[in-house]
Design a protein around this ligand. Structure first.
Ligand code: NAP
Length: 302
């Protein structure tokens, strides 16, 4: 087989970790291949680059593609086979071609989140489902809420715009009518917190560099006892919300593990082999401090 041609399409992509993660993994797997960045501006401006990429995918000269902001929804119109999870979530972050030359679309954010959640915080969480409050109701929140519902969690999703949270709830309930899912307005919710929370998830960009001082929680409001915190933000690695949670005695995890896991799951889809997660983590650890801080800029990835 010719060298595997993989990449990431989105905009902007300047400081993406994806090439680093995938190249480290391919190297360890002994697979000859490349992982390139394909910056495609929002449509209609990016139309020509978009068409070039999809022509290559269909022709098989590009073997697999990750997709990030702002194209995760729009690429769904291009795929021949959209997996159920991606269809319900309403976003595709991984594309490939099957043996019948059909373009398939999948979402690895949802399983990536769930795996990393239990890997990092499993000891502090109920074994099969609990009660979660998800802050934010954008694309990432939708994958997170879907994943939690599939794992038997009761979920409250809240957004500063109540109608956005309601839209997410209604969209997921249309496909998962028995989901225990409710929508609240305000961050934190204006009407007060749901009782006996086990998990708080930040799915807003608050706390992301260069706005690392921001926190999606009112620091004068103590975290409910017994609540673990998962912050999807991974830059900086230790967010202000995580520091606050730990100061309250709560276990907390950041989103870097989800980023590694969604990349590993995509690579497994393309190669049919187990991705070497430890080599991917190692590549992140080996980033020179200067380069790591150069990445302390807003990243439109994930
Ligand atoms: P998105 O679609 O733009 O949604 C962001 C959500 O946060 C929206 O509900 C938005 O509300 C809300 N929000 C934004 N600024 C806010 C503020 N100042 N106060 C209150 N709410 C605010 O973004 P996304 O794709 O869901 O990504 C969200 C975060 O998750 C980003 O930091 C992203 O890097 C991270 N992420 C991480 C991974 C990972 O692998 N770790 C994967 C995906 C995403 P409005 O619509 O009202 O602005």
């Amino acid at each position: 087989m010719s060298a595997l041609q993989l990449g990431l399409m989105g905009f902007p992509l300047g400081h993406s970790y994806s090439p680093l993660l995938h190249r480290a993994a391919l190297n360890t797997m002994g697979i000859e291949g490349e992982y390139r960045l394909y910056p495609v501006p929002p449509l209609p401006e990016g139309r020509q680059a978009w068409q070039t990429i999809f022509t290559r995918l269909r022709a098989g000269s590009l073997h697999g593609l990750n997709v990030t902001i702002p194209h995760k929804q729009a690429v769904m119109a291009e795929v021949d086979v959209c997996e159920d999870e991606a269809r319900i979530i309403g976003a595709v972050n991984t594309l490939g071609r099957d043996t019948h030359d059909r373009l398939w679309g999948a979402n690895t954010d949802a399983p990536g989140f769930l795996r990393d959640l239990y890997a990092q915080l499993g000891n502090a969480l109920p074994a099969c489902g609990g009660r979660a409050l998800v802050l934010g109701a954008g694309g990432a929140a939708r994958a997170v809420v879907f994943a939690l519902i599939q794992a038997n969690w009761e979920v409250w999703v809240c957004a500063r715009r109540g109608e956005q949270a309601q839209f997410l709830r209604d969209a997921l309930r249309a496909s998962l009518p028995s989901a225990a899912l409710d929508a609240l307005e305000g961050i934190p919710p204006l009407g007060g917190l749901p009782p006996r929370l086990n998990l708080l998830v930040n799915a807003t960009p608050l706390g992301m560099s260069p706005y690392a001082e921001a926190m999606p929680w009112d620091a004068s409001l103590p975290l409910p006892e017994g609540t673990a915190v998962y912050d999807l933000v991974y830059n900086p690695r230790q967010t202000r919300l995580m520091t606050f949670a730990r100061s309250c005695g709560a276990p907390a995890a950041g989103g870097l593990g989800m980023l590694v896991e969604q990349a590993a799951l995509a690579l497994e889809r393309w190669t049919g082999q187990t991705a070497p997660r430890s080599a991917m983590w190692q590549a992140l650890e080996e980033l020179p401090p200067a380069e790591d801080s150069a990445r302390d800029k807003p990243m439109e990835e994930g």
